[in-house]
Write a protein that binds this ligand. Structure first.
Ligand code: TXA
Ligand code: MG
Length: 315
């Protein structure tokens, strides 16, 4: 069931049930992060392997010390600059956080999401919320309540409807361990923004390594094949199919052999990110034989867009 009743969501979560919640990035599938039985339901509902840990959402920065053993100055600076917002910070966890949440890893991923309904919800609860994106593992993440219902409607008791997500791609993940900051996943806050805030260059970790076991290569997959090309106009001239679905980042002359999805009319990266997953869903549902998309500028949030498209294109 879809609705905007925060107290209903709060009650269900307190009873150990799952509720889908809006955030500014994508919708999350939430449960009481301190209740391992409730958290286990997330893994089952998403068909998520239990080695892939969950992000813990808190209402504000003051909550962090309840769940970490070290809230370093560096992490505090990032929290101050970017929360509430699309940055997830990995820090050493304390005993309050169940091992199931972190898949047995010593660090917990925390963030304060920037969505009024979910902040209101978090403030009404006596516990934080563990929440991965609200989709079955390896499918495209939802940016509307309707997509959550389509994908997980049979397993989630309530979907809190907060409208379309503003950012549209998941949060950026950094680890801040032993005063070392490492970028683990590109997302809503760009690497450039973090570097500017800290005044240092930050390193990127190849995602398959131990820190984020969930950063699997094939992810965000559409049911149809998605092909990532450098030159979309050229690809449109060459393809042999009767019809293909095309994700476009700017207006181009139309011909009859494709179904266009205009993510932005003028290559606005924030707008492209905002529309990406919803347009991938639409393209997946039309009668094109496959989906074509171009790589976009590898800067700012463009890197997060390319990351999602690349993972979606792995077959
Ligand atoms: O924007 C977002 O981050 C959304 C919203 C709902 O907050 N959440 C999200 O969660 O994208 P999920 O589970 O789809 O992606 C979180 C990623 C996973 O790849 C997971 O492996 C990694 O974060 N992660 C979570 N906790 C971790 C931990 N303790 N250590 C290493 N990686 C972790
Ligand atoms: Mg996900």
């Amino acid at each position: 069931m879809i609705g905007t009743d925060v107290s209903k969501a709060s009650k269900l979560l307190t009873q150990g049930e799952l509720v889908a919640i809006p955030t500014e990035t994508v919708y999350g599938l939430a449960a009481n992060a301190l209740d391992a039985t409730a958290v286990a339901k997330i893994y089952t509902a998403k068909q998520r392997p239990s080695f892939n840990p969950l992000i813990v959402h808190v209402s504000d920065t003051d909550q962090v010390l309840n769940y970490v053993s070290d809230f370093s100055l560096l992490a505090q600076q990032l929290a101050k600059a970017f929360w509430p917002g699309s940055l997830t910070i990995l820090m050493p966890k304390n005993d309050k956080v169940p091992d199931l949440v972190t898949a047995g890893l010593p660090n917990v991923a925390l963030r304060v999401p920037n969505h009024p309904l979910t902040l209101q919800l978090l403030k009404s609860l006596a516990f934080p919320l563990a929440a991965p994106s609200a989709n079955v593992s390896n499918t495209v993440s939802p940016t509307t309540a309707h997509r959550v219902e389509q994908n997980l409607g049979n397993v989630v008791h309530y979907i809190l409807d907060g409208g379309k997500c503003d950012v549209g791609v998941e949060s950026t993940i950094v680890s801040v361990i032993d005063n070392q900051i490492t970028l683990l996943r590109e997302g809503g806050i760009s690497k450039e923004q973090i570097e500017e805030e800290l005044g240092i260059e930050i390193s990127t970790k190849a995602e398959e390594k131990i820190m984020a076991p969930g950063q699997l290569k094939k992810h965000y997959a559409t049911r149809k094949p998605l092909f990532l090309v450098d030159d979309i106009q050229d690809a449109l001239l060459r393809h042999q199919a009767e019809k293909v679905s095309v994700l476009l980042f700017e207006s181009i002359p139309t011909t009859e052999n494709y179904i266009p999805y205009l993510l932005s009319s003028d290559y606005d990266l924030s707008e492209i990110a905002n529309n990406l997953f919803e347009m991938m869903h639409f393209a997946d549902e039309d009668d094109g034989e496959f989906i074509l998309a171009a790589r976009c500028k590898n800067e700012g949030i463009g890197r997060a867009i390319n990351d999602r498209l690349t993972r979606a294109s792995v077959r």
